[in-house]
Design a protein. Sequence first.
Length: 230
Amino acid sequence: MESELQQSGTKSRILRNIMPPYLVLRDFLDEATVAGLLDHALAHETEFAATRTGYGENGGVKPHIRVSVGTRDLGPFRPILKAKISALVPDWVEKLRVTPVESPKLETELVAHNDGAFYKRHIDTQTASDRNHLRVLSAVYYFHAEPKAFSGGPLRLHAIGSADAPFVDVQPERNSLLVFPSWAPHEVMPISCPSRRFIDSRFAINCWVLRTRAEGRINVARTKDSRTYA
């Protein structure tokens, strides 16, 4: 009986450790657009401010949770991203098994991570800036100057479950887009950038696909092999 209980407990722990599904799309944008994004970030360096967490009364700059600088201004590149992402949402919904979005809304944020930057473990559905909408899909587009002058900074996706649940680190590859359900616990691991120059930062565009709260609850996908590359 003791042996059976131990096996049952093991199975329960395995079932509780649910690894979120995710997609990695490489060569997401053409090189001219990638170069243009970097030029845009550098030209607007003075507009980058300390990033915030949460919204409303609970929102603010919290350096013990998140250290980076960002801006919501993507200039002419926002419509480019919006058009490309909007066209791919139906495919992502199917592959990541989230609730279909009838009229998706896109929220974006351009962020620079320099030496010592990080973002502690969090869930995007809990940090939406719009109380009338809920984040369904999270996407992170990565780009940086070449040659690369920083190290670290992978996005760590955590399995849902026990304290010792497994995780996977997705590296911030230049011109790649990482997509995952917004319910997935994740964090940005610390960045090392010895030069501390803005141009050498780990740049990322956070993109969130939103639906109205009336469209239904997020369907938490349970999958064993979560990695998909395109």
